[in-house]
Design a protein around this ligand. Structure first.
Ligand code: SF4
Length: 471
């Protein structure tokens, strides 16, 4: 197929035969200026949503999301945009990162004109995205980032500023920020494993083709020749067709998790278990949890009985704890301390409980095995579809709250939530069964593998069922 015969047709998006997908990838590669124009548009829209509302007064009583910019921005950003980004990553891979993300775009732009230094060793620690995710998640809850534009500007604006500074300092035309530091990149790396679209590399074809092939730039620093996973690829299409070895392709959503040739990294497994399923679930659920309320009431009673009133004061600034007395929304120091403990401590405890499943499965799989068996990281990745469902369930809680605030009746929500949760659980169990079949141990040990993997699935299903149907 020559390049002159390539014509884009919108049906290419909807009829994903391999040939058409390949052409779509090549088309995206050839239209960098158009993609850059779209990215500038996203930067302007993002700036408008994040910056302007923070300088407007709080919405008056009776304001609606269609007549108040603060409420409109809050709904668009947290109710639609953010769940949409997650959904897109699950469905298409990290196209958000590669084609739309304003932060990555600005960081890359800054690095084009910056100092171009080599990233130092400390910055390359693989745990930074997880740490950054946990910090922004907890801090966002303490400052009520979903409700108040000031907090959104502080957290999102601060993150964008940091991305630009890192771009100015490190790399040349690269996204050092995205690869090593972005708080969302660990989560995106996990969710992209499910994407039925990816840039497939034929390594033999790559090696056969002349090293003098047309140069290209991979901003997130992926070793394209060895790429077997969609986790780090930003799906920017800049390598599409490179050496006649890279093409946008389709695959089944579970192909990457089940294929032993693709990496099952500890960072991805731990981010999934402690971040996506652990801390994030606690952050989504703490406001509806009777356990949180019970803990807070018990501590408050104890403090009053012992005449310790300092922690019951509500004089923390808004950038540390939620503080909007105009609308009677003020956190005491105790509120902040209990929320921090519940989200962070509870998230880590939940993660530890979830981790026992994959660890036990790996133990049983090794027992009496004659050939190499999946390791705990691979077993942990069976929870990826449940992680995806969990993130969507949690983020759309905000959407539902915002719509109910506008008196919109949503009678179908419980059924939709139950369906999504069931789909996530069943997909995880299907993956558990598929991996169990790959084990070469005796039947009792294989039964042990499967039962061990049922533990985290049951635990997550119970937690979400409690949040939606019991509490
Ligand atoms: S491997 Fe790099 S250049 Fe290729 S699509 Fe992914 S991010 Fe872009």
């Amino acid at each position: 197929m020559t390049e002159t015969t390539l014509h884009f047709h919108p049906r290419a998006v909807y009829a994903p035969t391999p040939g058409r997908l390949e052409r779509l990838g090549l088309l995206l590669r050839r239209h960098r200026p158009l993609i850059a124009a779209v990215q500038w548009g996203v930067v302007l829209f993002y700036g408008l949503l994040v910056v302007v509302p923070a300088f407007l007064p709080l919405p008056p009583e009776g304001a609606h999301l269609w007549d108040n910019l603060r409420l409109f921005a809050q709904f668009v950003f947290w109710g639609l945009w953010w769940p949409g980004v997650m959904l897109t990553t699950i469905a298409l891979g990290r196209v958000w990162c590669g084609l739309f993300c304003p932060e990555g775009f600005l960081s890359e732009l800054a690095s084009r004109h910056g100092r171009g230094k080599t990233a130092p060793g400390w910055l390359k620690w693989s745990g930074w995205p997880f740490v950054a995710f946990v910090i922004t998640t907890v801090y966002g809850q303490l400052t009520s980032v979903y409700e108040y534009a000031e907090a959104a500007l502080l957290i999102l604006g601060g993150s964008t500023l940091a991305a630009i500074v890192i771009g100015l300092l490190y790399g040349r035309d690269k996204r050092v920020w995205c690869h090593y530091l972005c708080p969302a990149s660990g989560v995106f790396a996990v969710l992209a494993k499910l994407a039925p679209l990816h840039y497939k590399v034929d390594r033999a074809a790559w090696d056969r083709t002349s090293a003098t092939a047309e140069p290209f730039n991979c901003p997130p620093l992926v070793d394209v020749r060895r790429m077997t996973s969609a986790s780090d690829c930003h799906a920017c299409a800049r390598c599409a067709g490179q050496r006649k070895a890279v093409q946008l392709s389709g695959r089944t959503p579970f192909a990457e998790i089940l294929n032993p040739a693709t990496p099952a990294r500890s960072t991805d497994a731990l981010t999934l278990i402690f971040g996506v399923l652990g801390v994030a679930t606690m952050a989504f659920q703490w406001t509806v949890s009777p356990w949180f309320l019970q803990l807070k009431m018990t501590l408050a009673t104890w403090l009053v009985e012992h005449n310790y009133y300092a922690l019951l004061a509500d004089n923390a600034p808004w950038w540390l704890l939620t503080h909007y007395p105009e609308v009677n929304d003020v956190f005491t120091w105790l509120d902040g301390a209990v929320a921090l403990t519940y989200i962070l401590g509870g998230g880590l405890l939940l993660g530890a409980a979830l981790l026992t499943g994959p660890l036990l499965a790996a133990f049983f799989a090794r027992k009496f095995a004659h050939t190499p068996t999946p390791d705990w990281q691979r077993f942990a990745l069976i929870l990826t579809p449940l992680g995806a469902a969990s993130v969507l369930l949690g983020l759309t809680m905000t959407t539902a709250t915002q719509l109910r605030g506008e008196h919109l009746l949503l009678p179908w929500i419980p059924a939709a939530r139950a369906t999504l949760l069931a789909a996530g659980c069943l997909a995880a169990l299907w993956l558990a069964l598929a991996l169990t079949k790959k084990c070469t141990t005796a039947l009792p040990a294989r039964i042990g593998v499967f039962l061990a993997l049922c533990l985290p699935v049951t635990l997550m299903a119970t937690l979400w069922a409690l949040a939606f149907f019991v509490w």
